[in-house]
Design a binder for this molecule. Structure first.
Ligand code: AMP
Length: 398
């Protein structure tokens, strides 16, 4: 069965058509600038990338263009819509309602809408994508795969904030965690590589990308994760601050004459390694180049980032009373050998015997970067959220 995987943002829509049995990607692409003007990038497997400007006033037109591209007699990869058996939608926030992926129904859509409050930038866009697909493919089953679902196994002691309990009761203020699809995918893959039962392992996954989070996976379940009610908590990220003293918010507001929205904008868009590096870049390739040319702030940014990842690993090894394996994934985790080396330089006490030679220059490939016999094994495992969504969707609609 071919599964169309949709990741819908407020003005963009990423898609992949995946043969869910062979797990082959048939085509992929992105619609950008929806509601502004509109641009479709489409690439069939083994074919040329095509970029075309198309008017996309809403997500419905964007999906219409995606379908036309996929079924185009020349460059398409299927003959008709009938060859798309299901659609898998990435949905960012499932609140406490969704502990796993679900087939989309009217009730499910309502429940997703009820979580809009918790992810005001993401969930409404995800719902728009779902509605647009339903309009154009009314008979195709659809599934929702939530970023938060994998973390619903966290115990209370991990998800409760030190805030008045009524805020949890009234507003559901608690930690939820994100990147769940990725943390689940790579931790399972690590168990396969180790040839150990997933249920027997203590794994720490470092999903280090533009947004970054670390998760403790014990006996196949997420028991703690660094992101919170929103993806702003936890690690220092590309442009997000991660954890700070909450009192800094009022302090900045007064000093810079900002309102709450202004302060939030600073914490979300002007902080992280971008902010530390003096607004040089949020991209670790730029930071590495700058650091290698002697830029002091770029080096501080890289070091703060790695130090924070190491701190979470230490914390999660403590709460799980040990760790069997550590996995690096996502853009930085898969590609940045300096960050991996820096992080692992703190982990000797845990029993990590780091293999610098294998690590150096390793980009985007699965590999073990600890030495044979290392008490804690360390891996680089490329994540594949689209494939994970296709797998979940197939399992649900079959
Ligand atoms: P993601 O959010 O997982 O797509 O990760 C995107 C981030 O990965 C970029 O902003 C870069 O910081 C980082 N990245 C991608 N490629 C490389 C690379 N070759 N070396 C270092 N960092 C990279």
């Amino acid at each position: 069965m071919n599964v169309l995987v949709i990741n819908c943002g407020s003005s963009s829509l990423k898609f992949q058509l995946i043969n869910a049995e062979s797990e082959e990607v048939l085509a992929k692409g992105i619609c950008e600038r929806i509601g502004i003007d509109g641009r479709l990038t489409y690439q069939p497997e083994g074919g040329e990338k095509e970029i075309s400007e198309k008017a996309m006033p809403t997500h419905t037109e964007a999906i219409q263009f995606v379908i036309e591209a996929l079924t185009n007699p020349k460059t398409g990869v299927v003959k008709s819509l009938d060859e798309i058996g299901a659609v898998g939608h990435r949905v960012v926030h499932g609140g406490e309602k969704f502990a796993s992926s679900v087939v989309i129904t009217e009730e499910v859509k309502k429940a997703i809408e009820e979580c809009n409050d918790l992810a005001p930038l993401h969930n409404p866009a995800n719902l728009i994508g779902i509605t647009a697909c339903e309009k154009l493919m009314p008979n195709t089953p659809m599934a929702a795969v939530f970023d938060t679902a994998f973390h619903q196994t966290m115990p209370e002691k991990a998800y409760m904030y030190g805030l008045p309990y009524v805020y949890y009761e009234n507003y559901k203020i608690r930690r939820y965690g994100f990147h769940g699809t990725s943390h689940s995918f790579v931790s399972k893959r690590a168990a396969e590589v180790m040839e150990k039962p997933y249920e027997d392992l203590k794994t720490i996954v470092c999903h280090l990308g533009n947004g970054s989070s670390v998760t403790a996976v014990m006996n196949g379940k997420s028991v703690d994760t660094s992101m919170g009610m929103t993806p702003l908590e936890g690690l220092v990220m590309g442009t997000r601050s991660g954890n700070i003293d909450p009192a800094i918010m009022e302090f900045i507001a007064e000093k810079e004459n900002l309102d709450i929205a202004g302060v939030m904008d600073v914490l979300n868009k002007k902080s992280g390694v971008f902010g530390i590096s003096g607004e040089l870049s949020s991209d670790f390739r730029d930071l590495t180049n700058a650091m290698n040319s002697g830029d002091k702030k770029a080096k501080i940014a890289m070091d703060v980032f790695s130090y924070n990842v190491a701190k979470y690993i230490g914390a999660y090894a403590a709460v799980m009373n040990g760790v069997d394996d550590i996995v690096f994934t996502a853009g930085i985790g898969e590609n940045d050998d300096y960050v991996r080396e820096q992080v692992c330089s703190y982990l000797g006490y845990l029993g990590v015997d780091f293999d610098k030679e294998i690590n150096t220059g390793l980009r985007g490939k699965q590999a073990e970067i600890s030495k044979p016999g290392s008490k804690v094994r360390v891996f680089v495992i490329p994540t594949n959220e689209e494939l994970a969504i296709a797998r979940e969707t197939l399992a649900l609609v079959k």
